[in-house]
Design a protein around this ligand. Structure first.
Ligand code: F6P
Length: 546
């Protein structure tokens, strides 16, 4: 792979941006010039439309970005991923979340066999729980499922479960506990009946502090509230690749579902990590989710670069980060059901792209992935959209809209929601000039001197880019597609930046230090082992808790 900033096209893109800037190009002008801009800047796959016409890009921008992709050998990299090459070099692992939803042609057939066996086990287990064949220690059917996990072992399943509540299995409630703060577990279990509660300890490594502590807390609660040691098997199962540690915790080997080292945590909701989804929403829903992702996998693998949704979105992200100077990206699902989607994306994008070295360890000389944030619309319109419209930062936006109303009886309110979604992207693009603001105020009866002054505060610069991803309806299939689009978009970015999107070494230092600080905080002795600030904080807590 070639280092991005050393590629021939890099300089061309940099000068191209300056040209656009100097000749006063704006997204509004590009739209006015081309009545077909929507038709020319959209890609549709089964149930999902990407409209990228409101971007600060011309045909030349895209042609240069595709040239960059060719220099970075993007097509080869895509093939290598589907083949199961060890793309995660720093951990010496293949990257095969695609194998979880696409029977692979080119990869080792072992992957397909393991995936199918796991899906069958999941399916059997879900049937047993749903039909009461797997019951609690007193014979009660399972009514509450608690997934204990964090990061990739929590965010994906929790987001999907929240998004697809209309598919919820009626007699079972599913909960997600992740935070080390015991309040999170208590919020969940206080009030539950241990006799009808099933805990899934989901941890690829089975070493994660939060998950281990919460699993122990849950076990303590179970034993204190009526359960006994010999009943644990009925109430604690695990999803992990560390069978030894799960057994040590006390989970029976036959109750452990597999995780593989060729699936990264943040790409794992398609594996048995999604067991909470299958139990809470049904196995058929889970399979539809896989199907939606598979549609995108095939599209990503086979579509030409110029009509490939993840490629278009990934290249745009590089354009904005490295040439236009954006360091943040807002994600705005106009769907309350997708409220957790930005939080899920934060891990997917920021853990994957938060890297400063290239694959060979040399320093990355250009900015990598942006800060990702956002929340469900319309709520953000009444908090941070002011910042998007009139703030000094340049923030590309991804709007996600849903065409079909989830509640047909309230279709009109849904139409208002969509209108707000489209009006926000329009306002970001067009803005409002001082002249327009002035005339508006005068036509409302304000005197000219006052209008002139106030108009300055009403100027909205505009020319802020956005994509709109429209789901025909929010359903398991389109949600699967949406997630896979972003997974592959992140991959595209990583190939251009020549970084490893599949490791996360940066999280280790905090974990190591945390262990030492825990010892110091638990000790009765005055702490002097660290820097003055850390010592001071530890000693302050010690004296307060005395
Ligand atoms: O600390 C970061 C991380 O390793 C994530 O990458 C991962 O999704 C999360 O912790 C949970 O890890 P595990 O599934 O091994 O408990």
């Amino acid at each position: 792979m070639i280092s991005p900033s050393r590629s021939k096209t890099w300089q061309k893109l940099a000068s191209h941006y300056l040209n656009l800037h100097h000749n006063g190009t704006t997204i509004s002008k590009l739209c006015k010039k081309d009545a077909q801009r929507f038709e020319n800047h959209q890609v549709k796959i089964d149930g999902v439309l990407l409209d990228y016409s409101k971007n600060f890009v011309t045909p030349q921008t895209f042609s240069l970005l595709r040239e960059l992709a060719k220099e970075a050998k993007l097509t080869d990299a895509i093939r290598a991923m589907f083949r199961g090459d060890k793309l995660n070099l720093s951990e010496d692992r293949a990257v095969l979340h695609v194998a979880l939803r696409t029977p692979l042609k080119d990869a080792d057939p072992r992957y397909n066999a393991e995936v199918n066996a796991c899906l069958e086990r999941m399916s059997d287990f879900v049937t047993k729980v749903h039909e009461g064949l797997w019951s609690g220690y007193s014979g009660l059917p399972i009514k509450n499922i608690v997934n204990i996990g964090i990061g990739g072992s929590d965010l994906g399943p929790a987001m999907v479960y929240a998004a697809l509540q209309r598919w919820k299995v009626p007699h079972i409630d599913t909960h997600f506990v992740s935070n080390l703060d015991p309040a999170h577990m208590h919020e969940c279990i206080d009030g539950l009946d241990p006799a009808s509660t099933l805990f899934i300890v989901t941890s690829k490594s089975f070493k994660t502090l939060e998950t281990r502590q919460n699993a122990e807390l849950a076990r303590k609660w179970f034993l204190n509230c009526g359960g006994s040691q010999e009943h644990l098997d009925k109430h604690f199962i695990a999803v992990t690749s560390n069978i030894e540690k799960a057994c040590e915790f006390g989970i029976a080997q036959e109750n452990i579902f597999p995780m593989w080292d060729w699936v990264g945590g943040r790409y794992s909701l398609w594996s048995a990590v999604g067991l909470s989804i299958a139990l809470g929403l049904g196995m058929e829903t889970f399979k539809q989710l896989l199907h939606g992702a598979r549609i995108v996998d095939e599209h990503f693998r086979d579509a030409p670069l110029e009509a490939n949704i993840p490629v278009i979105m990934g290249l745009q992200a590089v354009w904005y980060s490295d040439f236009v100077g954006a360091n943040s990206q807002v994600v705005l699902p106009y769907s309350q059901e997708l409220a957790l989607f930005p939080a899920f994306l934060q891990q997917l994008e920021m853990e994957s792209l938060g890297k400063s070295v290239e694959l060979d360890g040399s320093r990355l000389l250009v900015p990598s992935g942006p800060i990702v944030w956002g929340s469900a619309g319309t709520n953000g319109q009444h908090s941070f959209h002011q910042f998007l419209h009139q703030g000094t930062h340049y923030i590309p936006a991804d709007f996600i809209g849903v065409v079909a109303p989830p509640y047909p009886d309230d279709a009109d309110q849904h139409t208002q929601l969509l209108a707000n979604c489209f009006s926000q992207s329009q306002a970001l693009m067009d803005g409002k000039s001082q002249k327009e603001a002035f005339h508006e105020l005068v036509s409302q009866g304000m005197d000219e001197a006052q209008a002139y002054q106030l108009a300055k505060h009403k100027v909205i610069a505009g020319n802020k880019p956005s994509n709109t991803l429209l789901l025909d309806s929010l359903c398991p299939q389109t949600l699967g597609s949406l997630v896979a689009i972003y997974e592959h978009k992140v991959f595209v970015e990583s190939v251009i930046w020549n970084i490893n999107a599949f490791d996360q070494w940066g999280v280790e230092l905090g974990k190591q230090l945390g262990e030492k600080l825990y010892t110091a905080l638990s000790s009765a002795d005055k702490c002097a082992a660290f820097d003055p600030s850390t010592n001071g904080l530890i000693n302050y807590c010690r004296t307060k808790n005395d």
